[in-house]
Design a protein around this ligand. Structure first.
Ligand code: N01
Length: 547
C-alpha cells in the first residue's frame, strides 16, 4: 500500500513505548476483536487494559450466579470459522467463568496478549493538534502517543455505589458485584444483605439464597423477570449448533437486538384472549429473551398491549410467591413488562418462599444509614456479615467520564456531553478527531458481541479508508453529528422503555446530575443501525473530514 504519510508498521515488538498507529482502551469483548482487526490492517497497535487479564465485563463481574442471559452460541465471535468450530459451550447460557475462559482462549489463539498491556489504567487522553496525535496518560505516569484512539471501554463498566450515609463505615465484608474479588467469597451460613434487584441483583440473590444463613434483599424498584430455562449442551447438540452457525448469525443480523428472538408480527390486541394466553404461556416456558424480544410486535410500544403481558407475568409472580404481600412487593407498579432490561431468572421468585430470605421494600422503610454493623432502615436495624451492592453502573457514558478526554482546543468530552452524549453513528464525536468509539453511546444495545463485532468492523473500514488516503486527521462534521442525533432521538419516539427511568435512559440516582432522562442509545434496532452505517461507508463517509 502506498500512502502519503508513513504509518508505523507492526514489528511484533510491544515492549516499545514509541508512537502507535492506534491505541485501544480496554481488552474486553470489543477491544480484543478491535486489536485483531488493527493487526489485519497492518497497523502498529496497542491495547491498554486496567485489569490483569482479558475479559472486561467478564473479568470484573465475578459475583455468584453471573452468567449470560443471551444464548451462549449467539454471544460468540463469528469472524473465525476455525474458532466457531473449536469452541464448545457447555450450557445454553454460560456462566461467567466459562465466558472468561472463552475470551482467554480467543486471546491465546490469536496471540493477542503480546499487544496488550495489563495493569494499565488510562486516566487522560488529550488530542495534540500540532502532532495530530493523542497523548495518553496512565495512572502510574506512563505516557503513550497514537494517531488513533479507540475506546472499547464498555457500556456497563463504571460501577456505582449507593449514595447512602455511612457506606464507608461498614466493618464487615462489602462488595460491589462489578468489583467482586478474585478469591472465593464464602457466604455460607452468613447474614448477607443484597441492595439492588436489577439483572445482577437477581442472579446474585438466587445464588446467595442457597447458602446464606439469612439473606435480606433491599429492593427499591422491582423488575419484571422471566425464567431463563438454562440447560446443558450435549456434544451432539453442540455439533448441530456448529452446523447452524451461519444460519444463527444471519438470523441475529435480522432482529432488532441481534438475538435469535425477533418480534411476532401479530398485535397482542388483535388475537383472541385464548390465543394470546397460549402464546404468553409458550414464551414463558421457553429459554432466553423470547418473551421480551419474540413477543407480539406491539408489547413494547403500545401501553394497552403492554398491560396484557404485564398482567400475565404479574399472575405468574403471584402463583410462584406464597405470601401475597411479598408477591405484591415484587410486582412492578411504575413501569410495564420489558420496558427496563428484563432480568432472566432461575427460581428467583421461589427464593422469597424460603425461611432464610426476607424482602425489604425501601420505599416502605427507607435505608437511613449503613452502620459499622449493618443497615438501619426507618423500621429498625439489621446486622450483617456481608453487604453486596448490586447497585449498577453509570451506564454508557460513565466509563468516558472516568478519563479526562480532551479534543480540539482542550475541550473536554465531559463538557461536550454535559447535557447528554452527542455522536456520529455512535463512533465519532465532532471536535475529537481520530477518536473512534467501539460500542459508544448511540450505538445499539442488545447482544453485545454481535454489536461489538459490527462496530469494530465499521471502525476498521474507516481506518482502512483513512490510511489509504494518508489522512492523519479524521473528524466528523458538526452537521453530520447533529443529523445522526436527530435520527437517534426520533427512533426512540413511541418506545415505552424511553419513558421509564433506567440505565438505558441515563438515569442513575447515585450520580450527581443524572436524574433526568437522556438519549443514550439508538432504539431503531440493529438492521436500521447497520443500514445507516453501511450507507455512510457507501457514501465515502460524506459526513467525515479527512485531512
Ligand atoms: O444494574 P441495574 P445491574 N438504594 O442498574 C438499585 C447487564 N447485565 O448491574 O431500579 C436502593 O439494572 C436499583 O434500584 P432502582 C444488563 O444489561 C447483564 O443489575 O434504581 N437500591 C436497581 O434495582 C443489566 O441491565 C447480565 O430503583 C438502589 C439496582 O440497584 C445491566 O447489566 C447480567 C440504590 C441496579 O440495577 C445492569 O444491571 C447482569 C440505592 N441507593 C447484568 N441504587 C447478563 O446476562 C441503586 N439501586 C450478561
Amino acid at each position: 500500500m502506498t500512502t502519503a504519510v508513513q504509518f508505523l508498521k507492526s514489528d511484533g515488538d510491544s515492549s516499545s513505548t514509541a508512537d502507535y498507529d492506534a491505541i485501544v482502551i480496554g481488552a474486553g469483548v470489543s477491544g480484543l476483536y478491535q486489536l485483531y482487526k488493527l493487526r489485519e490492517l497492518g497497523l502498529k497497535a496497542l491495547v491498554l487494559e486496567k485489569g490483569s487479564r482479558v475479559g472486561g465485563t467478564w473479568y470484573w463481574n465475578r459475583y455468584p450466579g453471573a452468567r449470560f442471559d443471551s444464548e451462549s452460541w449467539t454471544y460468540i465471535y463469528s469472524f473465525s470459522k476455525e474458532l466457531l468450530d473449536e469452541w464448545k459451550w457447555t450450557e445454553h447460557f454460560a456462566t461467567q467463568p466459562e465466558t472468561e475462559r472463552y475470551l482467554n482462549y480467543v486471546a491465546d489463539k490469536f496471540d493477542l496478549r503480546r499487544d496488550i498491556q495489563f495493569g494499565s489504567e488510562v486516566i487522560a487522553a488529550h488530542y495534540i493538534e500540532e502532532t495530530r496525535k493523542w497523548e495518553i496518560l496512565l495512572s502510574d505516569g506512563r505516557k503513550y502517543h497514537a494517531t488513533f484512539l479507540i475506546t472499547a471501554i464498555g457500556i456497563l463498566s463504571a460501577s456505582t455505589l449507593p449514595r447512602i450515609k455511612g457506606v464507608e463505615t461498614f466493618a464487615g465484608e462489602a462488595y460491589h458485584t462489578a468489583q467482586w474479588p478474585h478469591e472465593p467469597v464464602n457466604l455460607a451460613g452468613k447474614r448477607v444483605a443484597v441492595i439492588g434487584t436489577g439483572s445482577t441483583g437477581v442472579q446474585t440473590i438466587q445464588e446467595a439464597a442457597k447458602v446464606a444463613g439469612q439473606l435480606t434483599v433491599f429492593q427499591r424498584t422491582p423488575n419484571w423477570c422471566a425464567p431463563l430455562h438454562n440447560t446443558k449442551i450435549t456434544d451432539e447438540e453442540m455439533e448441530q449448533i456448529r452446523a447452524r452457525y451461519p444460519e444463527i448469525m444471519a438470523r441475529c443480523q435480522e432482529t432488532p437486538g441481534c438475538f435469535v428472538h425477533g418480534p411476532d408480527p401479530r398485535s397482542a390486541l388483535e388475537v383472541t384472549p385464548e390465543v394470546r394466553e397460549a402464546f404468553f404461556e409458550k414464551l414463558y416456558s421457553e429459554p432466553g429473551f423470547g418473551i421480551w424480544y419474540g413477543n407480539f410486535r406491539d408489547i413494547l410500544v403500545d401501553s394497552d398491549a403492554n398491560a396484557l403481558i404485564s398482567d400475565f407475568v404479574a399472575r405468574k409472580i403471584r402463583e410462584r410467591v406464597k405470601d401475597p404481600k411479598v408477591a405484591d412487593r415484587l410486582i412492578p407498579k411504575n413501569h410495564g413488562f420489558g420496558t427496563r432490561r428484563l432480568p432472566l431468572e432461575t427460581r428467583y421468585y421461589e427464593v422469597y418462599n424460603q425461611p432464610n430470605v426476607e424482602l425489604v421494600d425501601v420505599n416502605e422503610t427507607p435505608i437511613q444509614e449503613i452502620t459499622p454493623t449493618g443497615i438501619r432502615t426507618s423500621a429498625g436495624e439489621y446486622e450483617f456479615d456481608v453487604i453486596i451492592y448490586a447497585t449498577g453502573f453509570n451506564a454508557i457514558t460513565g466509563a468516558f467520564e472516568q478519563i479526562d478526554i480532551r479534543g480540539v482546543g482542550g475541550r473536554s468530552l465531559k463538557d461536550a456531553w454535559a447535557s447528554g452524549p452527542q455522536t456520529y453513528l455512535g463512533f465519532l464525536v465532532a471536535g475529537f478527531p481520530n477518536m473512534m468509539m467501539v460500542m459508544g453511546p448511540h450505538g445499539g444495545v442488545g447482544n453485545f458481541t454481535r454489536f461489538a463485532e459490527f462496530n469494530a468492523n465499521w471502525v476498521s473500514e474507516l481506518l482502512r479508508f483513512a490510511v489509504a488516503r494518508g489522512a492523519t486527521r479524521v473528524e466528523v462534521t458538526q452537521e453530520a453529528e447533529k443529523r445522526w442525533f436527530g435520527h437517534v432521538a426520533d427512533s426512540g419516539i413511541g418506545l415505552l422503555s424511553n419513558s421509564v427511568d433506567s440505565w438505558m435512559t441515563g438515569v442513575n440516582s447515585n450520580v450527581e446530575g443524572r436524574s433526568a432522562r437522556r438519549v443514550m442509545r439508538y432504539s431503531g434496532g440493529f438492521p436500521a443501525f447497520r443500514e445507516y452505517c453501511e450507507a455512510a461507508t457507501r457514501d465515502n463517509y460524506a459526513g467525515i473530514k479527512f485531512e
